[in-house]
Design a protein around this ligand. Sequence first.
Ligand code: BV8
Ligand code: ZN
Length: 246
Amino acid sequence: MDLRPLGIHPDSSVVVLTGAGISAESGIATFRDSGGLWEQHDVSQVATPEGFAANPDLVWRFYSQRRLQARSVEPNAGHFAVAALERFLGERGRFTLVTQNVDGLHQRAGSRRILPVHGSLFRTRCADIECGKGLGSWEDESLHVDGAPRCPECGGLLRPDIVWFGEYLDPAVESAAREAIADCDLFLAVGTSGAVWPVAGYVDIALARGARTVLVNLEAPANVSRFSEVHLGKSAELLPLLLPGT
Ligand code: BV8
Ligand code: ZN
């Protein structure tokens, strides 16, 4: 396999976009592969505001099960390679990790400059946006399996600080991601099917900027034609070979 490193040097400006595939070798199911999460659960029931309104206890059981699983696994060589790239680029280079993942494995692998565009499994906030504005979201490792927890301020329902389908991404996080991509010379997507918007359109921002677009993925996703370089295979095997600093 002719795997030349990606030619990243300390002055490079790199954005890495990750999806569920980078956590697959840690043992966390992806969403749309066979046996994936959306085969076992009805998306509309567990990952939409309507589903939460209809059955908050079911949604908390779903996310509590994912909290339990994410805590029981370890980051893999792919996560560590991305964290090493961030250290390699250091202060001089520009590096941003945009992740759709909510499992916290990038943080545990040592990544710091992270934009969690779909939220975080281990953060909770009040479902009432008026009250939530005041409280914001907070770190919450507990498993709410015996029913949806209540807000200490307003008594209303608490919810996972996750972006569900039909919900807007956090504007500050989204614009920081778009800004970083509009300024990069290398856009590296890892382990994502490119199926979910607006993140699926981020590669086009990189293309418009004239950046190199590289994909590391198990299979060719729908938007594979957007990438000037494609490495098909497992990210835990490929990333340590492709990225400097590991
Ligand atoms: C929004 C919750 C504005 C967190 C998630 C434009 C066109 C069409 C539809 C839309 C559009 N704009 C908005 C929409 C609707 C919707 C959408 O995109 N729907 C799609 C499905 C058609 N988008 C939204 O609702 C977004 N909001 O746009 O707001 C708005 C507001 C109101 C009304 C309209 C618009 C919100 C999107 C966020 C939704 N939340 N999840 C959670 O529970 O985790 S999305 C969910 O999918 C996860 O966050 C996940 O991260 C994300 C993307 O999936 P992937 O990470 O790519 O995972 P997947 O399983 O799909 O693929 C894994 C890949 O890895 C595969 O390719 C596989 O080959 C590869 N792989 C596997 N193993 C390995 C590997 N690669 C390497 N190594 C391996 N070992
Ligand atoms: Zn509240």
